[in-house]
Design a protein around this ligand. Sequence first.
Ligand SMILES: [Mn+2]
Length: 357
Amino acid sequence: MSEGQSNESAEPKRINSLLSISHDKDVDGLNSAAIVWRYAMSKGLQFNVNLTDYGAFEQVFSSVASRRETLIVITDLGMDETTQDVIIKSLTRAISQGCRVVWLDHHQWSEKSIKAILSLPNNPVLKINHDYCAAEIAQKVLMPRDDISAELAMIAHDTDFNLRDIPAATALTDAVSVLRFGAIDRREEVIDALHPVLSKLAENGLEGVWDSVSQKFKDQLLEKRVDHYRKEKAKKMRKALAGHSDHVLHNRLVRVVEIPSGLTSTDMGTFASDPENLKVDGENLEVADLLLMLSQGGMLGIRRGKETVMCNMAAKLFNGGGHPYAAGGEYGLYEDFQAVCDDIFQTLSNDKAWVIE
Ligand SMILES: [Mn+2]
């Protein structure tokens, strides 16, 4: 973790409100915001929250510039050199109006970006730690003695590290997707769609939204939507899997599939690694050693079914990177899926660095 001191101090004004900015895409971002909300409640600070995603920073951070005497807590979002100017400009303005900045994250930051935050006036706090998810960092830094925050952090960890040990955590992941995609489809604000769930999580933790006896959401409409979403998702993934292209390279089974719209490579990767799901057209497919998942935008999600390959080394061949067990790269826009597969197989056959001997 890194922390910085400023060289300049604004005149001491009382902080009376807290603005939380977090990632709208997943449970980690949502639970981080819920923990920050609990912190605001514990300190009697008036609370506002905005959830956002990469690409929409300009809009979110321009609203920050109008804040006064506010503690601005940013979670589960990384700053890089493309977003830095917009962010620093808004935060500098806010700080000149008596605000303070606390930034808690677990993504990869450049030295330059870290420096830019730590050079802000009024004692900015920046904690970056790759060993935890953002909600865990928020809990440790802001609410170390709060049981509900600890539970929220544990749930986020289960989803962010893709452990899937906690059914409620998986259900919450699907609920975030349902609400988020629903809002995007209807051109509504994602924050408005997520706000009811977020406020209940902040108020009562998981118990606010989840019935642990029936293992269902308390909100029956949400439960119905999640159930429907899961069924549709499974249907789509089965269909995508049926269109797979397999090839044995360097003695490893390599499989390429397309990711259906509205699904993530994590969804698809988890689905395709379960032998139960691999009964395709009356045939039992083997779990692939290396699975490459092509999204409509030409991005490649890469997972492995066995510890015989390294996803990150395969990703390197497609301008990407990641971990041995999960990685991502980029193929580029395409029209002919089969031609892409042949091209991917060719690239992987020319290089053996991804194979564990
Ligand atoms: Mn995260």
